[in-house]
Design a protein around this ligand. Sequence first.
Ligand SMILES: NC(=O)c1ccc[n+]([C@@H]2O[C@H](COP(=O)([O-])OP(=O)(O)OC[C@H]3O[C@@H](n4cnc5c(N)ncnc54)[C@H](O)[C@@H]3O)[C@@H](O)[C@H]2O)c1
Ligand SMILES: [Fe+2]
Length: 368
Amino acid sequence: MTQFYGKTKICYGENALETLEELAVKQAFIVTDPFMVKVGFIDHIKSHLNRGHIPYRLFDGVEPDPSLESVTKATRLFMESGADCVVALGGGSALDMAKAVVFFAHKARGGQKPLMVAIPTTSGTGSEVTAISVVTDKVNEVKIPLNDDLLIPDVAILDARFTRSLPPSVTGVTGMDVLTHAIEAYTSRRANSFTDIYAEQAVRYVFRYLLRAYTNGDDMEARRQMLLASCMAGMAFNNSGLGITHSIAHSLGGLFHVPHGLANAVVLPYVIRFNSFDAGVKYRELAAMLGLPAATVEEGVTSLVTAVRELNAAMNIPGRVGALKVEEAAYKANQQTIANNVLQDICTEGNPRKPSHDDICGLLEKIW
Ligand SMILES: NC(=O)c1ccc[n+]([C@@H]2O[C@H](COP(=O)([O-])OP(=O)(O)OC[C@H]3O[C@@H](n4cnc5c(N)ncnc54)[C@H](O)[C@@H]3O)[C@@H](O)[C@H]2O)c1
Ligand SMILES: [Fe+2]
């Protein structure tokens, strides 16, 4: 059986934040990071909740790549607050933390699920519509992707004004996360006609608008379209799964703290090449859709790899892992661990080519 599931009510465009005033809830628990408080973004959320006469508690302790410890702390505070709704404002880290809180609170409250509202401030993870929450075990330096339909937010509010303050470097790498979601969703073993539609549109938007948003952060058309692309790519991969670019990025993030989008951006061209025997036809379709030379499968694959590399280069993203802040000796010493992590990662299931341990080690050599 083939399925496509989209549960989240997606509100976007002007006045989308007014959705907060109409929530049928008794009390909200806001989950965010200190930056959102410092720049006053949180005040917009508070003011809409006030207008809707919805009392709230604030948790602003989200750190990048939320840890098991901070998820536990936030869940305890949520349970004490008695709230029946979680409103998350921030990047993938804040959204994922909030989703994990909802998951554990549901279990602790005997099956009563709090309403979950996700307001992304990066155009990257698509977490506002996905069943995934990535939590980091900081003791064992490994990322744990939770995957459960309970984690899918009920409401997503897309207001591109929150993304305007993203510095070019974060705009670039989070945008490449969107592209990786879309391309891996499109070539996944579980891709279907519905996921293809979302993935294709996300790929189009990234190539049309990411460089504009990177070059001029005040280009609000580019910001709006990138936020939609991020959400669309999320809809696609939530149904189709991803591939080994993500599996490798998870391991590089857990072991060496390479930011998620940056790891994906660097690894993606190598994985396209690695998968090209099995997924070449689909890579060629994407290249043709983008108006790139694609007379043959080989030409289409090469065009797509080149286009991804050029987009990276235009945003000052290096072409290999060796150029990142990763120590060579540690990388080499951990190669077996990374390969094992990759084989066990949930995203590897979707990869169009089934990799062996040796394949992954070979790929790790190449990406260095
Ligand atoms: N749930 C999913 O489906 C999914 C998918 C991919 C990645 N992830 C996870 O999401 C996390 C990465 O999320 P991310 O890339 O959105 O980054 P992030 O949430 O970690 O934020 C990165 C930094 O950018 C800052 N920031 C966020 N929004 C900003 C804005 N508008 N202006 C200025 N600064 C801003 C944050 O304060 C933080 O310091 C990782 O933990 C990754 O594993 C989850
Ligand atoms: Fe991602």
